[in-house]
Write a protein that binds this ligand. Structure first.
Ligand code: FO1
Length: 322
């Protein structure tokens, strides 16, 4: 079976670890990773979501944080700070720096991001084919009313909004800058067209999956695909399982409920939707919107529990297969 998964960072990576444990040897996973969170710092290109997937599946992730490398040290960051060079709010560790140096060097030599990602994965052996959504530069920016500028509107990079401001300032708009002229990376449209199943993990529906869908051609390819599309709710009991998805959902006018996120994707895009057992009351609302819905445990507490979620998603895909 060929499974194609659209993934953001921590939620997507943890789901993929469970999915890998749930499938058989003959099954293949292709991951289309969000690159809207990418940021250029210290002359280096940092791809947080691609790296989170690569490190998590390659057993190199800092498990407590969910991002960055295990057993990390911080000499370079501290030395930069001693020169007064920031940003101090973004944590790049020494081991992680090496990844960004290799990536930037290869990009500078003319390799596209997809080829660079493949080269980095040669080391990490994530056990999936990891594709960036696009080789073109796309950066999510968030329009805020800046309290430091008397409420004047200003667009900040997604990482500044997320990490520095902790999404505590209301987001007025989310802009995937560059997406409108970007092209899907090589292999992306084929992975969608040739998939037997397409999954949306419990990743952020706006700044992770929403950004991937903003690349012209990707949404259309999913809508046109023969494969059933099943999503897992990142919202449980009216709150994000982790992260601050509620803040960005508000910016796009979507309520923070499992059913509202399903309706946001819509029946043209997803065929099946899994909500957490405690949200079983929302099944009728999701099904009324034309999406087949089941309630199952959706907390990714460990790999086995996550594998069970993945099995439920694959089972639902079989049920909705046209
Ligand atoms: N998240 C944080 O909360 N603080 C950080 O300092 C931070 C640094 C960082 C560096 C590399 C990387 O790959 C990820 C990093 N993240 C950090 C996670 C990242 O900001 C977000 O969680 C994702 O972009 C959202 O998917």
């Amino acid at each position: 079976m060929r499974i194609t998964v659209l993934a953001g960072g921590i939620g997507g990576a943890r789901f993929l670890r469970g999915l890998k444990a749930a499938i058989g040897e003959a099954d293949e996973i292709t991951v289309i990773g969000n690159t809207g969170d990418d940021i250029h710092l210290f002359g280096l290109k940092v791809c947080p979501d691609l790296d989170t997937v690569m490190y998590t599946l390659g057993s190199g992730i800092n498990e407590d944080q969910g991002w960055g490398r295990a057993e990390e040290t911080w000499s370079v960051k501290n030395e930069l700070a001693a020169y007064g060079v920031g940003p101090a709010w973004f944590g790049l560790g020494d081991k992680d720096f090496a990844t960004h140096i290799v990536r930037t060097q290869m990009l500078g030599a003319g390799y596209p991001l997809s080829a660079v990602t493949e080269a980095l994965c040669d080391r990490w052996q994530p056990g999936v084919r990891l594709l960036p959504m696009s080789d073109d530069r796309i950066e999510t920016h968030v329009v805020i009313e800046d309290p430091e500028l008397d409420g004047k509107r200003r667009a900040v990079h997604f990482q500044e909004y997320w990490v520095k401001l902790h999404a505590a300032v209301p987001a007025q708009a989310i802009l995937p800058v560059g997406a409108e002229t970007a092209k899907p990376a090589p292999g992306v449209l084929e992975a969608i067209a040739e998939a037997d199943v397409i999954l949306f993990p419990p990743s952020n529906p706006v700044v992770s999956i929403g950004t991937i869908l903003a690349v012209p051609g990707i949404r259309e390819a999913i809508v046109a695909a023969d494969a059933p599309v099943v999503g897992l709710s990142p919202i449980i009991g009216g709150a994000p399982v982790r992260g601050m998805a509620d803040k960005v959902l508000e910016a796009v006018g979507v309520e923070t409920t499992a059913a509202a996120v399903a309706r946001h994707y819509g029946p043209g895009l997803v065929d099946g939707w899994l909500v957490h057992t405690s949200d079983a009351g929302s099944i009728a609302e999701v099904e009324a919107a034309g999406i087949t819905c089941r309630a199952v445990p959706l907390l990714m507490t460990d790999v086995e529990t996550t594998a069970a979620m993945a099995r439920q998603a694959l089972e639902l895909a079989e049920q909705v297969r046209g």
